[in-house]
Design a protein around this ligand. Sequence first.
Ligand code: ARG
Length: 720
Amino acid sequence: MKKFFAAVVLSLSLFKASADEGMWLPMLLGEQVYADMVKRGLKLTKEQLYSINKASIKDAIISFNGFCTGEIVSSQGLIFTNHHCGYGAITAASSVEHNYLRDGFYAYNKEQEIASGLYVLFLDKITDVTAEVEAAVKGLSWSERLAKLPEVTKAITDKVIDKENGLEGRVYSMFKGNQFLLYTFKRYRDVRLVAAPPESVGKYGGDTDNWEWPRHTGDFSVFRVYAAKDGKPAEYSTENVPLTPKHFLPVSIKGFKDGDYAMIYGYPGSTNRYETNYGIKLKNDIENPSLVALRDMRLKYMHEQMVKDPAVKLKLADNYATVANYWKFFDGETKQLLKFKTQQQKEAFEKQFTDWAKGKPEYQYLMSDYAKNYAAWTPYSKMRQYINEGVLGSPLAAFAATLIPLEDKLMKASTPTADLKKALDAATAARKAYLQAADLVSDEKIMATAAMMYYNDIDKNQHPVSFYESMKANFGSLKEEGTFKNWSKAVFSGTMFLDDAKWNAFVAKPEAVKLQEDGAFAFGAGFLKNYTGKYASLYNTFMSKNAELGKAYMKGIMEMNPAAVKKMYPDANSSMRVSYGNIKSYRPRDAVFYDYVCTAKGILEKYKPGDYEFDLPAKQVALLQKRDFGQYIDKAKNDLVVSFITTNDITGGNSGSPVIDANGNLLGLAFDGNYEALSHKIAFDKDLNRTICVDVRYVLWCIDKLGGASNIIKELKLVK
Ligand code: ARG
């Protein structure tokens, strides 16, 4: 036990130079880890890593539409990011006739680039605003503090807003609310699609290979950021010009070897490295298995339709990929948490914490308070997952549920006519958007099965009053699957949301009762209101208490081990971070060795003609067989290197992040984590954790040889 405690403290504090764990704050690199980075191979100065006065690497890194990362790779605002980050824009630009998702897209000149509607953020600077925040909430109770914080942070970000120059701010809570940092960003809103490889490159191996190494996916896409002629951010306009960036990354085609230095800048979304054993238990016992079961079901029905019809595939592809990505993640996460016995490890650490906390009123009851808080919420947590992932997993039900505010307005006689009209116009527009993306065949099955699973799996006390009684009365025994199917069929054929004439009649003479009598509304809105009316406040209390305990727990951990504080990094929270490590092979399990690269040879080995995930177009097969790899070949492997792995500590949100060598050149783009360490949000495993990256030489080969877009290659600064 004692030995374990030492191990946890060490990993938290990163005393060991060999540790690769850590998502470091860019402005503290110099203070916290620079010496270690140099020891590991870095050749750059502190100022080159992050500076607010001079151009530095951080100026080439962008938040890509808030959910991914990208990097600037030319003096004309060219952006590299992942294919799965550009996926929505690529599908939106595609049609059955011009199927860029299937066939790829390359702009051979700037006129051919396609407006995407996406935005990018450049980081200007980071400022510590903890003192200002704390002064504004001084003396408040926890709930008053939580209620006031949004207003306090808004006052801070309001001060940096500068519309003309595109400046805006965001305050991030660090170390579970013990520190607050203001990030100032510049937002550019004219971002255009420049190139995307076919899905047989960008998503090769699909969900079978997702989250796994070895991997043969060329997960990249290319965009460009435009600005007004004076360089200021502007809405899309043909008058705009490519942005001249402060810094862009040179691209290395020199190659690398196992053990070489690698660092990654990006915007990791979330981790919870100080999660308690109670949180892990709830996740493993209830949250993850429920989500996985419900997504399994939805994905199955969507997939059935997507394989049948390319138009349906284009409609559902983006949503399908998003749902599938975290379906596999959460399944793998629980498997790895169990394998690593993470809950037991946390329990042991918490026992040490509680021993230390004895006699310290601020900390001594933290763990028992956590236990009580989880005990109070646990009976409802499955139902909450079934609402989010089951009931609202039906697009029709989810659309219907968005009309709850309209129902409210209709029920209040005092609603001004103008307000009502506005709400009805908005609902009509939302209905149109919903219909454009809808596939009714899969949705009807999803709705039937979601209703059935909720009935079978959720405590009867948590069922909406009379819903299932009325289904039984109208459609028959609830023991029969057919009953749910018939009910869903009736909902789909009767609902006004799918019938223009009925919808127009409703808009012409809107009444709450018409909504309430609608089968889709009764299900989507009915179940959601059952949750919000009876259980949402319990959930909010649970979350608020958890946050309160979390802040104290974090503070306690820091007090318990003051020497380690200087070397601690906060959990990921979508703010820019830097991770450093090495390119490195690994042994996933006994007797198995995984090399540090995958090559083109493996693409052909995996090729299965006609397969949904492993098919290849003839041109790609021919080019790969010809081995025309030109300047992109890896001499050591005598092949085209497709992808590689590093020990870097990253997570979702880092997708598209640049993998940078010791001299500041681009080696590749991070796009995934490996299966054996999918518990990484909660615990980083120093032996098994790997980041999966597409090699920039494969990116360039695809653009150049597969796409023939040498115009793009010419823009880059190649390091040979
Ligand atoms: N697992 C990757 C990530 O979260 C996304 C990969 C997308 N591909 C897919 N087959 N769904 O960054």
